[in-house]
Ligand binder design. Sequence first.
Ligand SMILES: Nc1nc2c(ncn2[C@@H]2O[C@H](COP(=O)(O)OP(=O)(O)OP(=O)(O)O)[C@@H](O)[C@H]2O)c(=O)[nH]1
Ligand SMILES: [Mg+2]
Length: 448
Amino acid sequence: MAEQATIFALSSGHGRAGVAVIRISGPVAGSVLDKMAAPRARPRFAAFRRIKDPQTGEVIDHGLTLWFSAPKSETGEDMAELQIHGGRAVVQATLEAIGKIEGCRLAEPGEFARRAFEHGKLDLTGIEGLADLIDAETSAQRRQALRQTEGVLHKLYGEWRQRLIAATALMEAAIDFSDEADVARDAVAKARSEAQGLLAQIVRHLDDRNRGEVIRDGFRVVLTGAPNVGKSSLLNALARRDVAIVSEEAGTTRDIIEVRLDLEGMAIVVSDTAGIRDAEGKVEQEGIRRTLGRARTADLVLWMVDATNLDAPVPAELNVRAEKMLVVVNKFDLLDSKILQPLPEDTIAISALTGFGLDRLTQRLASFARARIGPEVEEAPVLTQARHRQQLDRCRAALTSFLGAPMQEFELRAEDLRRAAQALGRLTGAIGVEEVLGEIFSRFCVGK
Ligand SMILES: Nc1nc2c(ncn2[C@@H]2O[C@H](COP(=O)(O)OP(=O)(O)OP(=O)(O)O)[C@@H](O)[C@H]2O)c(=O)[nH]1
Ligand SMILES: [Mg+2]
């Protein structure tokens, strides 16, 4: 293998800051320290040094330096880290100085993570967990991503794959000893019972109502109602900023507008939509089509009505199951409190204008989300990504085929098990994953 380039990048955020962290990984990482911040620090100990330009000797900054020799580093290669002052000019000059050293070049997005993967420091599920951890906006997302970087999925899927490989070996033994009926029968029986046990576990793991994906991607709430009931006003009130246009003109909103909220540590994605009515205009009709589509995939649909027109019926085309629907009565401020009529049961009264009832509404949203996500169980790893679900589905299909077909066809049945194991290998990155690597690593920013 050709010697890898040494890569470097600003790993902390861009822009003015107290401290900036520059990471360097690859074969000449140590000599970067020798040339710019000598003497080199003891491995894994911080050392305060002057940081110099390797060509002119000019002092660029003072800062902490760290040295990790391979393989005990995040990437598994020699690595150095400079913690310098976070001014733009300091960072710029330091990056330029490192770039002058032979063998060094700026890292591409995700390249540090990719090297960690290539050196076996993390499997693919761990890398995906790392990307999720960096993107995490709520505490539930953070906890889930952290568990994944710590290897819960890697361990689970790795174990399953080992069991499948062992079962495949049993089928191969059956092929080798096919003229000794007893031995072959025994081996097949063992392989079958192993496959049955695994299939049950995988089915249970898949049948989780997408909990992990909801934590990761957010609980989806869609605001629907007739035009002018105040959907956009409610969105703005929940977001505490002016995201959507509000106007007394009916049919204002056409495109779907989304905001992400953090409710009690859970990510909630609220979408404002076009009001549903028999619209004439093509644009508005398209808007309504999108509303209905979004409502179909939502975790919860809010049907909003105007307090002064409580009888507005839910349109038939908004075909949502009752347990996924919450009726919200808006513009409560317009009712004369003396002639308050009782509200239909299980509805929530609010005023997007005055803020009345919004606390109660957000509490209800959070409790819907909590019910959907379920309690966070530390030990039981949950599926977090569609990519994983896809490979697990393939594994399940191969196992089902294994168990459903004639066992005498040893070769074909061994092939079923091999396919099942391959699906899990693709999941963790143990085999044939070139096609997904680019996509996974491009999610990272430069410096990670
Ligand atoms: N009095 C009162 N007026 C409100 C309230 N919420 C919204 N409005 C007013 O109702 C009108 C329509 O509000 P929007 O938020 O644009 O309604 P919408 O449901 O998004 O309407 P479309 O986008 O046309 O479907 C605006 O004039 C708002 O100021 C409320 O709680 N009380
Ligand atoms: Mg609107």
